[in-house]
Design a protein around this ligand. Structure first.
Ligand code: NAD
Ligand code: MG
Length: 390
């Protein structure tokens, strides 16, 4: 029996992970499942998958979780500290799929303990990449990327020498507004931004896809995970979302990873690695698809991409600041406080303010420093958004 835990179990990636685990339930013992606030959904999943432990991040929801688990024999715990303790529990394979900076501590705890970390929470690599990789190095933990593009790069690199990589190309669907006239973007609504043309994902990453902040995070993720220098990382708009990434080698070969836009491929690959198993994803009929299209991203439409370049060049605390400012701006957009295009300006303004203070490029030594940078960036971003309303 493989012992597995899923953090962010009630989310889009978490549920798809449990779907795959549930199909071969006899092979797995579920150790811990976690959720942010939804005790009802968490208790249901914990009972269904016979978890040992259920952790709710919101402590106020712990009594509700306890009540729902009465008689099940499943342990219940609550609060961010309990999340980290659960991440430190012995498990062979752990999915880190909490959304946002709230998932960083869990990823770091798993990497520090050892075993296999299936990493969907890209924010960990963006805000704390060197810390995560160093922790895994020390403990001997294996980290497998679960973001579809990074799983694709990982697969296209298998058996190759990193020194013969000339470039990595991360594809981008272009998101919800890829065909909207630029002058209309200032007035798009949260509802419109929350629907993705190809992928079915959580609301936050869906909006980040429309603004390309998701792609910006993924460029940084590529640098941190694979150690590829920024100048070798490219992005191309590919509206069909069938080619997930390409690796270009020094002999001119391009190895592309092609598959349906279904996260269960990347999740299943990480679950069964180094083997491949039959997965319940559609098989592509290329003749029916007919053609694949690609185009260069328009920098005026997607300012987040230039901001990612700046973050990669600055390094150090810039990733944590960038991610936190982005999360705060996204909260502001969802709450109707700022317009869609204002998000990138708020993030840029935050980076400007923090560069002026100096030390943005200083290396992050530990999780405390990451979280302190995160708080400072959120304060700046909030101030910029408040100034908008005054
Ligand atoms: P989601 O919003 O659907 O689910 C998020 C999960 O995190 C839920 O279980 C929620 O309860 C939990 N959560 C939210 N806030 C929390 C907090 N403060 N503390 C503890 N738990 C909290 O998100 P998702 O779309 O599944 O994305 C999860 C992660 O995977 C993100 O980092 C995202 O960027 C990444 N990712 C997602 C997809 C996708 O297809 N959805 C693809 C690639 C990468
Ligand atoms: Mg992705």
């Amino acid at each position: 029996m493989r012992r597995v835990s899923v953090f962010g179990a009630t989310g889009s990636v978490g549920r798809q992970t449990l779907d795959l685990i549930g199909r071969a339930a006899g092979e797995y013992q579920v150790v811990a499942l976690s959720a942010g606030t939804d005790a009802t959904a968490l208790a249901e999943l914990a009972r269904e998958h016979r978890a040992e432990l259920a952790v709710i991040a919101d402590e106020a929801a712990l009594p509700e979780l306890r009540a729902r688990l009465t008689g099940s024999g499943i342990e219940a715990a609550g609060g961010p500290g309990a999340l980290v303790e659960a991440a430190e529990r012995e498990a062979d394979w752990v999915m880190s799929a909490i959304v946002g900076a709230a998932g960083i501590a869990v990823s770091l705890a798993v990497a520090g303990r050892g075993g296999t970390l299936a990493l969907a929470n890209k924010e960990t690599l963006v805000a704390a990449g060197p810390l995560l990789m160093a922790a895994a190095e020390r403990s001997g933990a294996t980290i497998l990327p679960v973001d579809s593009e990074h799983s694709a790069v990982f697969q296209a690199l298998a058996g190759e020498d990193l020194r013969s990589v000339e470039r990595v190309i991360i594809t981008a669907s272009g998101g919800a507004f890829r065909n909207r006239p630029l002058e209309e973007l200032a007035h798009v609504t949260v509802d419109e931004a929350s629907s993705h043309p190809n992928w079915d994902m959580g609301q936050r990453i869906t909006i980040d896809s429309a603004s390309m902040f998701n792609k910006a995070l993924e460029l940084i993720e590529t640098k941190e995970f694979f150690g590829i220098p920024p100048e070798k990382i490219e992005t191309v708009v590919h509206p069909e979302s069938l080619v997930h990434a390409l690796v270009g080698y020094i002999d001119g070969a391009l190895m592309a990873h092609v598959g349906p836009p279904d996260m269960r491929h990347a999740i299943g690959y990480a679950l069964h690695w180094p083997e491949r198993r039959d997965l319940p994803v559609a098989r592509l009929d290329l003749a029916e698809i007919g053609q694949l299209t690609f185009r260069a991203p328009d920098p005026a439409r997607y300012p987040a991409l230039d901001l990612a370049r700046r973050v990669m060049e600055t390094g150090g605390r810039a990733g944590a600041a960038f991610n936190a400012a982005k999360e705060q701006a996204l909260d502001g957009f969802i709450a109707g406080q700022i317009g869609f295009l204002r998000m990138a300006e708020v993030v840029e303004g935050t980076l400007d303010a923090m560069s002026a203070e100096n030390g943005l490029g200083n290396a992050v030594d530990d999780l405390d420093m990451v979280m302190e940078t995160d708080r400072t960036a959120r304060d700046y971003a909030r101030r910029l958004m408040r100034a908008d309303r005054e």
